[in-house]
Design a protein around this ligand. Structure first.
Ligand code: ZN
Length: 127
């Protein structure tokens, strides 16, 4: 089982218990801090989505798969793809094997999101 499918399974377990994304949020919020209102509105929206870990609507609605807005990978419009997999963002990630919540915390703690948005304004867009 890949780390992505493990994450998906964990999130499904959360949803099944009526607690959407709770494990994700607890992990990220306990290992990083985010101050809203100091950067752009686009930054704050992306930061909020990364902290909450919600799936995109198409992922939970059964709608047609949405490609990544950056690399156009089929069904790539997911937080896991943007944060963990998108080949265009490889230089922003630390080396090693990471799960999604620790990677998001690392992004916050190293101020990576403003740098990504500067080069890729469509990173993890709200949709
Ligand atoms: Zn991509």
């Amino acid at each position: 089982m890949s780390s992505n499918s493990t994450i998906a399974h964990n999130l499904d377990t959360c949803y099944g218990k009526g607690s959407p994304s709770s494990i994700h949020y607890v992990h990220v919020s306990h290992t990083s801090s985010v101050t809203y209102g100091r950067k752009s509105a686009a930054h704050d929206l992306v930061a909020m989505r990364l902290r909450l870990g919600y799936r995109y609507y198409w992922e939970v609605s059964g709608a047609a798969a949405v490609p990544c807005k950056l690399c156009h990978s089929p069904a790539g419009h997911t937080l896991a793809h943007y944060v963990m997999k998108c080949p265009l963002l490889v230089h922003f990630r630390p080396h090693g094997n990471w799960d999604l919540p620790p990677m998001i915390s690392w992004f916050f703690n190293n101020d990576i999101i403003p740098a990504i948005l500067k080069d890729f304004p469509l990173f993890a867009p709200p949709l």
